[in-house]
Design a protein around this ligand. Structure first.
Ligand SMILES: Nc1nc2c(c(=O)[nH]1)N[C@H]1C(S)=C(S)[C@@H](COP(=O)(O)OP(=O)(O)OC[C@H]3O[C@@H](n4cnc5c(=O)[nH]c(N)nc54)[C@H](O)[C@@H]3O)O[C@H]1N2
Ligand SMILES: Nc1nc2c(c(=O)[nH]1)N[C@H]1C(S)=C(S)[C@@H](COP(=O)(O)OP(=O)(O)OC[C@H]3O[C@@H](n4cnc5c(=O)[nH]c(N)nc54)[C@H](O)[C@@H]3O)O[C@H]1N2
Ligand code: SF4
Ligand SMILES: [Mo]
Length: 723
């Protein structure tokens, strides 16, 4: 038995692991206790990596769809021949825009794959590249575009004396907010040193359990609550006057716009106690270091850009950005050393309306990229510019895109559909080709993608210059015919006579490069060389405390904007909206509940649902509801209900949960399958994305429709076929 060092890629957290390998097979995974970033942490999913790799349903050969809709194995070289020919024919007839690429969650773990997917699209000349970030929190980059980016970055969680989480549950999700590298330990340490925590969430989450103040709000009221907090900070003069004077503009516009958001108004609209709101604002502003950060819930509950903007506004009011002379927490490892000056970077002139324009809903390129929520419509809408071929990599549109019924129609309409996936996902079943890829332990990689996410939002990415390299740990199972994703794009490019360019370098299109060589290209401008990173196989923090935040440039005039007219206008709309129809919702007498998003600990979006160790608790996504709501509807745990939005209905299996606010239904996404399988709800769960209408109540810049806080009705149904 051999023990090999690696890092887990079941989710985006990349925990450092030790893999026991016996006769060439991974048999056990444990955390690496010596690791300075993760301190030995692993979760159930990471420990199930061997089960994932040797799962009986894992695709070991590429699949091709037959005329009767079933799939059969095909040799990968033959598949690439056929696909290249079909793609070329589509491009010849309709132009490069007819090909769209969607890169999903599992692109993140494979830097070579993401680089090659981009290079392939560039070589073809199609700008129709979409990613799952635009159905995640596109409000984040949008808000930064409006507010401006502070070059030196924000204060850290690890030395904060206050923290505020808005609709995020990092202890479970290992995503932004608390650094996603063993967040439970980091939160524990923070509480020990006296850090105060405020949580704003309709659910009493695992994080809320630890909070000094938990505002258990009505879903969808985050802009109201955050405007209320800003108002208290301004009224009580709790802001950082010196910072506002030196580096910020828009204070007066903000002051006037938040004025209507009195604690009483916020209390009524968000159904929270006014005194608790005041306490939350005072705790946050009184502290010396910390930040407010936001997760997926509020981002998806409509007005995500405004919500994220208000997050930045509150941080800026309190001056929670790093100042001249402070150490730069992460001066880059595999990424280049940042300038890290104590100044606001110039803001873009336009946040949307430039670059590629889509044909639907007036949407197009924007600060967050091209909106994935519009891709199904682009496929369905006939005429010049229609998307006719789709390559999906490491994503599952049928499970995860909003408005599943529209996605279903779109998948069936495509002339050529392919996905790179490890199993016959809900999407794969509808695809012409399913490319069977190597899995994480079979591929060399680095933690560089997690360095990149520091630019995504507040408290995302590594809080120190950490990096790890993992060599290939095992070979794929014998007799398999699997390739790395980048090899697929390389193979197509060769056949189509395309020259690929990655990070400014031409790739040798005659002699296929090695996967490891590509990691060198991708990390070529890092502060630390990949060789140095390789020399620390356990992962390492490449500290350099001499790197400090540099002073502001002379005569620098750029400032952070806390009163941007677009945002102030939207906030005015929020203030004006009535109590029953606010936020564009239908009157509440038409819909009794709001369905909110959540993450389930044991699974990762649509991954893990077929792994025995991960489905011991649930093999479906329960509809968690407050006991009083269940009693009022004469429902009991285990009952099957029909949950209906203005768009569609799904089945749900209700489960009593004291931690859910009355009026909310908390349900994870990416479960279920195509509509014809709905009656298997007890085994596959239900698809909450079907409740979303992508063409209504969407953000006019990012295109993101309402994916949380969705108004719904719920009624008992005895017979799943009723739906
Ligand atoms: N209603 C609602 N909708 C949502 C959300 C929500 O909260 N509510 N959340 C949104 C968010 S935040 C996101 S990020 C998106 C996710 O959107 P997607 O990324 O499209 O969805 P996933 O389910 O993560 O799809 C991952 C796919 O990759 C496959 N896979 C697993 N491992 C590998 C691998 O190693 N290589 C390859 N090639 N494939 C692999 C899996 O089998 C799966 O089919 O969903 C969004 N949709
Ligand atoms: N185990 C596990 N981990 C995951 C995933 C998974 O599926 N499983 N998915 C991964 C992905 S793709 C992502 S993007 C991250 C997301 O990471 P997080 O954003 O931390 O996701 P959640 O844990 O769903 O936390 C969102 C919270 O928002 C709350 N919420 C919902 N609607 C509203 C609202 O209107 N207002 C407020 N204030 N709160 C609201 C929910 O109750 C929930 O507690 O997690 C990642 N990590
Ligand atoms: S949190 Fe779990 S699934 Fe995610 S990287 Fe760590 S061990 Fe893997
Ligand atoms: Mo996500």
């Amino acid at each position: 038995m051999e023990e090999k060092l690696s890092f887990c890629r079941f989710c985006h957290a990349f925990c450092a692991i030790k893999v026991s390998v016996e006769n060439g097979k991974a048999v056990k995974v444990i955390g690496d206790k010596t690791n300075p970033m993760y301190f030995g942490y692993t979760c159930k999913k990471g420990r199930a990596l061997p089960q994932q790799h040797y799962h009986h349903d894992r695709l070991l050969r590429t699949q091709k769809r037959k005329d009767d809709g079933s799939h059969a194995a095909v040799d990968i070289e033959q598949a690439m021949d056929e696909i290249a020919e079909k793609l070329q024919a589509i491009i010849d007839e309709y132009g490069p825009r007819a090909l769209a690429m969607y890169t999903g969650t599992f692109s993140h773990a494979y830097p070579q794959a993401t680089a090659f997917a981009g290079a392939f699209m560039a070589a073809i000349g199609s700008k129709m590249a979409f990613n799952s970030g635009t159905i995640d929190q596109p409000g984040k980059p949008m808000a930064v575009a409006y507010h401006g980016r502070w070059d030196a970055g924000q204060q850290l969680f690890d030395d904060a004396d206050v923290w505020m989480l808005v609709g995020a549950n990092p202890v479970v999700s290992k995503w932004g907010g608390i650094p996603q590298f063993n967040p439970a330990k980091r939160l524990h340490e923070a509480k020990k040193r006296g850090m105060k925590l405020v949580v704003i969430d309709p659910r009493r989450t695992e994080c809320a359990e630890k909070a000094e103040v938990h505002l258990q709000c009505k879903p969808g009221e985050d802009p109201t609550i955050l405007a209320g907090i800003a108002r208290i900070i301004i009224e009580e003069e709790l802001y950082d006057q010196a910072f506002l004077e030196s580096d910020v503009e828009g204070f007066e516009a903000l002051r006037q716009t938040v004025d209507p958001f009195t604690p009483e108004l916020v209390s009524r609209r968000a159904d929270i106690n006014a005194d608790d709101l005041i306490e939350a604002a005072r705790i946050f502003a009184a502290a010396s270091r910390g930040a407010v950060t936001c997760g997926t819930g509020p981002n998806m509950a409509r007005r995500g850009a405004l919500t994220e903007y208000m997050i930045l506004v509150i941080n800026t009011l309190c001056g929670r950005w790093l100042r001249e002379g402070e150490p730069v927490p992460n001066p880059g490892a595999l990424l280049p050393q940042p300038e890290a000056k104590a100044q606001a970077l110039p803001r873009p002139e336009q946040v949307s309306g430039y670059g590629v324009q889509l044909r639907v809903r007036g949407l197009g390129e924007n600060a967050s990229g091209l909106p994935t929520s519009a891709l199904a419509e682009e496929i369905l809408m006939e005429g010049e510019g229609q998307v006719r071929a789709l390559i999906s990599m490491g994503g599952n549109p049928m499970a995860a895109w909003p408005d599943q019924l529209r996605t279903f129609e779109a998948m069936k309409k495509l002339d050529l559909s392919l996905t790179l996936d490890i199993k016959m996902s809900a999407t794969a079943k509808l695809c012409d080709y399913v490319i069977a890829p190597k899995l994480s332990l079979e591929v060399p990689s680095t933690t560089q993608p997690n360095e990149n996410v520091q630019f995504y939002g507040v408290s995302t990415g590594y809080p120190a210059p950490y990096a790890q390299y993992s060599p290939k740990v095992i070979d794929p199972p014998p007799k398999s015919d699997v390739i790395e994703e980048w090899e697929f794009f390389y193979g197509l490019a060769q056949r189509m006579g395309l020259q690929l360019r990655v990070h400014g370098q031409n790739i040798d299109m005659e002699n296929k490069p090695d996967s490891d060589d590509l990691l060198y290209i991708i990390a070529s401008n890092g502060r630390v060389s990949l060789d140095d990173v390789k020399a620390h196989p356990n992962g390492h923090i490449f500290k350099d405390e001499s790197i400090k935040v540099r002073p502001k440039d002379d005569a620098w005039s750029h400032r952070l904007d806390i009163g941007h007219p677009d945002m102030m206008q939207e906030l005015e709309q929020v203030a004006e909206e009535g109590m029953t129809t606010h936020a564009g919702y239908r009157p509440e007498d038409e819909f009794s509940h709001r369905l909110i998003s959540r993450r389930m600990d044991d699974v990762y979006n649509s991954s893990g649902r077929d792994i025995p160790n991960l489905t011991k608790n649930y093999n479906y996504n329960p509809a968690f509801m407050n006991p009083a709501d269940l009693a009022a509807l004469e429902l009991a745990s285990g009952d099957v209900v029909k949950i209906s939005s203005a768009r569609a209905s799904i089945l749900g299996i209700v489960e009593e949960a004291e931690d859910i606010k009355r009026g909310a239904i908390s349900m994870a996404h990416a479960w279920g399958d195509a509509p014809e399988n709905d009656n298997q709800v007890h085994f596959i769960g239900s698809n909450t994305g079907r409740l979303t209408d992508s063409t209504e109540y969407f953000d006019h810049r990012t295109g993101l429709p309402m994916m949380s806080a969705i108004p719904v009705n719920v009624e008992k149904t005895a017979d799943p076929s009723e739906i």
